[in-house]
Design a protein around this ligand. Structure first.
Ligand SMILES: [Zn+2]
Length: 423
């Protein structure tokens, strides 16, 4: 994309994040703040129509490859990844997942909001990619969709286009937000989103999610490393969709460091049958069965290891090693978010709760108590105990939510519940 356009996009992003506070959301998987002007539902609808249009056009040109061994393999690989994706996001069980193999020498792949995917034959023809490497690519792209990066990019595109409309709306009092719900605008934004590069943070997130998905699906996580080594060798012919991806060396280093972390998951998956646990709703020609999808989502959500995500603050939390030390600087953020924490606590949305508390980082007994409850809910008794103890220590040091007039405990009996838990 051109320099000027990118300046406009960045400006629009900043503007939209300030002006439309509701448009900025915290990602429940990664804890990062994102510009979200488009609802999940709209993003999925817009993406599906952009995808159908694009694939329809390619099909007419005879560029959609079906029935070949590699196309069948690619579908099998993504089916196995999808079965794991639901562990990260239960609601993705209801997505109408779809993969098409596009005959094009480009080394390119994407996954839109709602699970509409494509991979280009350049991966085989140019890179001679192995199954493990294809799993690494598609795991990475699915990671973008799970972490709502595609929706984020649609929002950036819409924000850029809305800039002028908002100015006009201020004069005419029409509703600029209607534009963000307009079907054509959404389809356009979805089509643009797959061509926009991801931010560096988004890339790192997708790498982390992708390598874990692949390992859990029984693909060697070293495939991620060898894939990028092949990309590096390709050199100058850097694929467009990777243009702002982190430097190859950094990425290869980071991925190599993740391999030993997810390798146990790979070994475990390899010991079972590769098709174990693949729900019948994925795959070509699968019929939509809402009840079956919901049942599967509930099943994996109840499994104790369903919450794993190898971001370092989250891993630290799981080990019981999180230490909160932020005070004044985090006070405002604490004030804004603690009401949401209460809701997550009541819903037993343990991962979202932990991520929310970690992101704010405010030191007091309520924060530690909520981390403890989240850890307990995620079957991490050792970590839970450590956080209950830190909640007590914080209270003893005067860092308590129960401060008489300035009570910020959200009606939770933090002291009593903490003492009970440690008994
Ligand atoms: Zn990416």
């Amino acid at each position: 994309m051109s320099g000027m356009k990118s300046v406009l996009r960045v400006a629009a992003f900043g503007w939209a994040c300030v002006a439309l506070v509701s448009g900025c959301a915290t990602n429940t998987i990664t804890g990062r703040s994102q510009l979200m002007m488009v609802s999940e539902e709209s993003a999925i609808k817009g993406s599906a129509s952009a995808y159908n249009r694009m694939i329809g056009g390619l099909y007419q040109k005879g560029k959609v490859e079906t029935g070949t061994p590699r196309a069948e393999r690619a579908k099998e690989i993504t089916d196995r990844l999808i079965a794991q994706a639901v562990r990260f996001r239960a609601d993705s069980a209801s997505w109408q997942w779809e993969l098409q193999v596009i005959q094009d020498p480009k080394v390119n792949a994407f996954c839109m909001a709602g699970g509409k995917m494509a991979i280009y034959t350049g991966f085989w023809d140019k890179l001679r990619a192995t199954d493990d490497e294809i799993a690494a690519v598609m795991g990475h792209e699915i990671g973008h969709a799970l972490a709502s990066h595609t929706r984020e990019k649609m929002s950036v595109d819409l924000a850029a286009k809305m800039g002028a409309m908002v100015a006009a709306a201020v004069l005419s009092r029409s509703d600029p937000s209607a534009f963000a719900r307009n079907a054509d605008a959404l389809q356009g934004a979805a089509a643009v989103a797959v061509t926009l590069p991801n931010s560096r943070e988004a890339e790192t997130e997708a790498d982390q999610i992708g390598i874990e998905l692949a390992a859990r699906a029984g693909f060697d996580p070293r495939g991620a490393v060898t894939l990028w080594e092949k990309m590096r060798k390709m050199g100058g012919g850097m694929p467009e969709f990777l243009s702002t991806h982190p430097a190859h060396e950094t990425r290869i280093q980071n991925l190599s460091a993740l391999v030993p972390k997810v390798d146990p998951l790979y070994q475990l998956a390899k010991a079972g049958k590769p098709t174990d646990g693949i729900p019948s709703f994925v795959g070509a020609g699968a019929k939509t069965n809402a009840a079956e999808r919901e049942a599967y989502a509930a099943k994996v959500a109840a499994q104790p290891d369903a919450m794993s995500f190898v971001s370092s603050p989250f891993e630290q939390f799981r080990r019981g090693e999180t230490v909160l030390d932020c005070q004044l600087a985090c006070l405002v953020s604490y004030g804004i978010h603690r009401g949401d924490w209460k809701k997550l606590y009541e819903k037993k949305a343990w991962r979202d709760l932990a991520v929310g508390v970690l992101q704010v980082g405010y030191l007091n007994d309520l924060s530690y108590f909520l981390l403890a409850e989240a850890a307990a809910g995620m079957s991490l008794p050792g970590a839970a105990r450590a956080y209950y103890q830190r909640a007590l220590q914080a209270a003893q040091a005067g860092k308590t939510c129960g401060g008489g007039l300035a009570d910020t405990c959200e009606g939770i009996e933090v002291t009593r519940l903490t003492q009970n838990a440690l008994r």
